[in-house]
Design a protein. Sequence first.
Length: 291
Amino acid sequence: MSDLASASHPSISLSIALHESSCAALCFSLWEWLITLDDEVEFIWSKPSGAWIKWAFIFARYFPLAVQMCGICISIAILHHSPMSTFALRGWYVSQVLVAAAAVTCVEVVMMARVYALYNRRRWIGLLLASLLLIETTIILIGVLITLPRNFCPGDLAAQIPASFIYFGISAIISQLTILGLSLFRYTRGQWSRAPVVSLMMRDGSFSFGVLSVFLLILIVYTIKNVPYAVAGYAWLMSAVSSIGCRSIINMQSLPAPNQTTALQFTTFMRSDEDSFTEDLPHNVSPGRSE
């Protein structure tokens, strides 16, 4: 496409810029995959097929990557006016929020498992976290249904994201805030605040909340204001979610075994003879500090 054509059609120029930003996000994901591949081989591939954390990592790593590749291929086809089914493109457009929600939910499940362990796997905290996920999913589905596009054209894929991202962003931020709040409450009242594994959990949780909240707030504002740069924000959100989820799992797996001679007694969370997913947490705490 000539420079004159680009200058005469700002919308085309903008679509190309957004496409290039999405390509940059994909490059970041590939770079992140390469620099953590050795850790993935050491800590993830060696796990048995029954280890749920193994499948959580694989989903967090490769699902967003596949989505980004598909999105870029579709974007290229639209920019080159290749014949494509409008019905299929509309389905892809609407499902973008469900794809993003699935990726974010994977990270939330990993973080929720840690909160569940912090509270000594109490039943009420498990029910609370499960209810939080259910409410978040319900809000997202309602948002998708009430914001279905009536007039859709293929160009919408390259220039904007569905309005349902507003519902997704708000519900996801509330979930992240709840997870962080529960973690901080337990961390400040527990006897193990100086334990390396708990410090790592707080660091990863705080970082996850900060990064995801920034991306989600940007998407919410851009979607409300109908700013086309939300398309690029979506691509970078997928990259950020993948990186956060995978690194939080690797960080926990790479921790050395706790010192069994310390005053605190440690136990393993969700561990069987076949599953080496260890999140070692203090098991016995004084009655005055355990709640």
